[in-house]
Design a protein around this ligand. Sequence first.
Ligand code: MSP
Length: 658
Amino acid sequence: MKKPFYITTPIYYPSDKLHIGHTYCTVATDAMARYKRLAGYDVMFLTGTDEHGQKIETKAKEAGVTPQQFVDNIVEGEGGILDLWKLMNISNDRFIRTTDDYHVSAIQKIFKKMYENGDIYKGSYKGKYCTPCESFWTESQLKDGCCPDCGRPVVDAEEEAYFFRLSKYADKVQDLLENTDFLQPRSRVNEMVNNFIKPGLEDLCVSRTSFTWGVPVDFDPGHVVYVWVDALSNYITALGYDNDKYDDYSKFWPADYHFVGKEIVRFHSIIWPAMLMSLGEPLPKHVFGHGWLLLDGGKMSKSKGNVVDPYILAEKFGVDALRFFLMRTFPFGSDGNFSNELLIQTINVDLANDLGNLVSRTTAMVGKYFGGTLPAGCKDWSAPESFDTDLISMASALRGVYEAQMESCAPHNALAETFRVIQRANKYIDETAPWALAKDMEANGQRLAHVLYNLLETTRICGILLSPFMPESMEKLFVQIGAAAEMQTWDSAAVWGTLSDTAAVTKGENLFPRIDMEKALAELEAAAEAAKKAAMPALEIEPYAAENVDFDTFCKSDFRAVKVKACENVKKSEKLLKFTLDDGTGKDRQILSGIAKYYKAEELVGKTLLAIVNLPPRKMMGQESCGMLISAVHTEKGEEKLNLVMLDDKIPAGAKMC
Ligand code: MSP
């Protein structure tokens, strides 16, 4: 029976399109899963999406759709997460969405179990409260000490919430981190222990009442389960824990590896083991915290506008070349600086030059000198030169060296070892000079056939070991060198001489064409520019006035800063808001404005606005309006948008604009 192996990626937030950093993590997990399958394991590879929480709720509101519609679009929509994994040839066995019914009901059971065993208790959460918005905030969520939504002052408050007794498990978790190889690489252990455990682990707030997009606590309506309790549990609910959807928990749990990015190691190496201890379940064998792909030394983020789109790169350079680059270039536990130059250089040096040349030169020579099939008996040679033995012994030992690196989660080293052998094989071509041997086929034909066999056999072994990283290209490579299915196996990678000496070799398409760096960089820049433009909302602005206004006429307009003292809807009017304004004169000014469609009256109180104050007063719905508030207007996707011009609150009421 095959040994089970369970590996996971984090489940991704479907709040934005995924970028190359997310792709890095998933490709690494995929390469590991494929390697384990190759090595004969029964693999379960899980990935998915983490769909609850306030951020998603807010984004959906901004987009004018329900949270479920919002996440459905990013997960299943065109160009969404599922499409990206398909494109990248990700071989996950299962995909979990935390909005899946079976997961939701399992979370409710998990929460209840921890409540019933006393590890979850009801307490109160101290923080800040914005009364007009009825929102509860933590200190760190405040903006300049005020409500991040409306900007008004907040008050101290307490919110009823459930807490998980994380503190109870501090010693056990510290022991796990310090005295086992649970958390890798080892360098991450000190960070966790010194920064989070030693200063004192506090109990964790595990329910929220300030928003609703989450798994409801079934025994206490109004509370939703904290998104990390919901998310971390995916690793077991996806196997059937506390649900009937699947039935693989006893086979695959505990997980062999959770691959996660370094910023979420804390959740996986402290909170997750403590939760499992509370549930009385076995702990995962390892958590591996990989580094980040950086851009110009900083983290990629949508808000900084510096994300790299995997679709553009895969389309331009090929999926396998991109997968290979990610795994070959950046040591898995450390951060790495992404650049297009580095990507193109890696493709050109490793794939086009080293591997591509080895395959095309070897297959071309078998074709040219032997019509595509070597003569029987070419495997053996009675008087090997030192370079024959050197190549054969390196290639024969490669699987063992590679395996050791993969087992210690160092795919970059496994690839480096493989490329050392590929480079050795290219050198062997120079040392043996097959073109010189071919000049006298009668005398040297058998030797030439042996040389070419050694090259094909080295290529076969390297092809097997590269297949977890570049599955599609290696399939093509096997066809070109005539390696049948039984010659592509893990076992056969350790057996020199497996390739049939009379295999049919064909010079096929160039697997990795060389890339013109300058041209490709210019095209990438143009593509990034076009993508940026396409992502911008389709704006329409008012046409500019054709006529100039003379300066004296312009100066007659009296623009002033005004502060909103009160604002309310005008009765029986759908459009009008009535503003009571401080204009610096000491007397209130009243202005009516037809903007009720764009603003709630209460959210404007306290704001500093811009008004023209010397327009003649006019009556609207029986009320006097003395001036006009200035707004910016444009059309977006056919819809008119209006924004009041807001001034810095430092500007005093009555200040003249000139
Ligand atoms: N939803 C949580 C994970 C819950 S797991 C129970 C989450 N999602 S995420 O979408 O923000 O990130 C998913 C993974 O992508 C994380 O491991 C994160 O480190 C990784 N990456 C995001 N940007 C990255 C880079 N620039 N480079 C490498 N990995 C990065 O966190």
